[in-house]
Ligand binder design. Structure first.
Ligand code: NAG
Ligand code: NAG
Ligand code: NAG
Ligand code: NAG
Ligand code: NAG
Ligand code: NAG
Length: 382
């Protein structure tokens, strides 16, 4: 009897192990066979409740798989996503702090000089200046001693030998974009004002070198730090800015988003992606724009809508797939916006929230608040 029990446990364990990637047909996103189904808005898609799924005689195979995905590491909707995932690998925990110390929140910027990925801590519950790195050779995590320290850091991007860090400011210190020398760790302010108005709280930053024959820094500047209670009253509207690296001209180029957040270009810099995220009004959209020949965003359209939570960090891989940190994990879409698969986040941190991540070769560094994970893929993606 005991022997049989052991065998049964082994079978279950193996069944679980082989369930780390669950393949779902895209049709499950638009059709349930169950007579009753119900999605509580506080849970991800996998936790949709439908009758019949536990009943072998009366169940749709797709709905059974959806149930299994509650325990999986990945949901795949495509052979393209399946070929990204190494069947022997799940996210590996690199560093863990108490839940009260969300040290791995934003950024995710690969720095070639040091073979590190830099990232910043969450400013909630406690404002801080913490920018850390993970050494990709050793997986060692280090708090960087940046001089001068950068207040309330957020999005980070490497460009031309410098690391650009969004500083959301405080009630007294103006928000800014800093550039840090990754070798000396000396920082300097690049931008902190538009005609004397303070920036709100720069959230994420990216660069273009092919648009209009110029080098531009682009950053989102939502009023998030004020809403979160650690910055002063906004002096300017929610904006996406474009900064000319040669002439220092700073121009508001998008002023009609509610909370512009993540920002990224496709490889050819012909499409700009900006996430618009307002938790209070259920706005969870990544917009795509084309660029005029003068380098202004036009033709705004909905690229994707999150099925759970808000889209935060965006990275575009070398195949122009768009990876977005959302409420259920990292959603990977092709350049047409079709969902290919999800690296599930809800078992990676206490609140399931992944704000951002970084891609380098076949590695995904996943920033999950109090935990930092490393996933090695079957394919080099960036
Ligand atoms: C939705 O789920 C939450 C917890 O996840 C629960 O508190 C709430 O009662 C649920 N609502 C409904 C209508 O089932
Ligand atoms: C899930 O479905 C079952 C069967 O219909 C129902 O009894 C239960 O209340 C549902 N739970 C939620 C959270 O909707
Ligand atoms: C998920 O995993 C947990 C713990 O390993 C297990 O107790 C539970 O039965 C599993 N649920 C499903 C639906 O496989
Ligand atoms: C993953 O998280 C979900 C939701 O919290 C939970 O139902 C499931 O059992 C977890 N799976 C594992 C293997 O911990
Ligand atoms: C920031 O770093 C300090 C010094 O190591 C540490 O005490 C604090 O918990 C960190 N905060 C976060 C949010 O990582
Ligand atoms: C990363 O680790 C390697 C191997 O120990 C070491 O040689 C290198 O200096 C480390 N990089 C940094 C930036 O500390």
């Amino acid at each position: 009897m005991l022997f049989q029990l052991v065998i049964i446990i082994c079978i279950f364990t193996n069944a679980y192990a082989s369930n780390k990637l669950v393949s779902l047909p895209l049709s499950i996103t638009s059709l349930f066979q169950a007579t009753y189904f119900y999605r509580n808005t506080t849970v991800p898609f996998s936790f949709t409740n439908c009758t019949g799924v536990n009943d072998a005689d009366n169940s749709d195979p797709a709905e059974n798989k959806l149930l299994k995905s509650r325990n999986a590491s990945f949901i795949s909707y495509s052979t393209e996503f399946k070929s990204l995932i190494d069947s022997n690998k799940t996210p590996k925990l690199i560093e863990q702090q108490p839940v009260s110390i969300p040290f791995a929140h934003e950024g995710g910027a690969y720095v070639p000089e040091t073979n590190e990925v830099w990232f910043s801590a969450n400013q909630l519950p406690q404002q801080n200046t913490n920018v850390s790195s993970i050494n990709l050779t050793t997986n060692e995590v280090t708090l960087l001693n940046i001089n001068n320290p950068i207040n309330t850091p957020n999005g980070i991007k490497y460009f031309n030998s410098l690391v650009y860090v969004c500083s959301q400011g405080t009630k007294t210190i103006p928000a800014a974009i800093y550039a840090v020398n990754p070798t000396t760790l000396v920082s300097k302010v690049i931008v902190n004002s538009w005609f004397g108005y303070r920036l709100n709280s720069p959230n994420d930053v990216t660069f273009s070198t092919k648009i209009s024959g110029k080098t531009f820094m682009w950053f989102t500047d939502p009023q998030v730090a004020y809403q979160q209670g650690f910055a002063g009253v906004p002096e300017y509207q929610n904006t996406v800015f474009r900064y000319d690296m040669l002439t220092s001209e700073l121009r508001p180029v998008i002023t009609d988003l509610i909370t512009p957040n993540g920002i990224a270009f496709n490889q050819e810099e012909t499409v700009l992606y900006v996430s618009d995220t307002t938790p209070t009004s259920d706005i969870a959209i990544v917009y795509a724009y084309d660029l005029t020949k003068d380098g202004l965003p036009m033709n705004r359209r909905i690229f994707s809508v999150s099925s759970y939570g808000i889209p935060d960090g965006i990275k575009v891989d070398k195949y122009d797939r768009v990876w977005t940190a959302e409420g259920d994990g990292i959603n990977v879409r092709n350049s047409y916006g079709t969902l290919l698969g999800v690296i599930l986040g809800y078992n990676l941190s206490s609140n399931g929230l992944i704000s951002n991540f970084e891609l380098k070769d076949n590695t995904v560094i996943i920033l999950a608040q109090e935990k930092l994970w490393r996933l090695d893929l079957a394919q080099n993606v960036l």
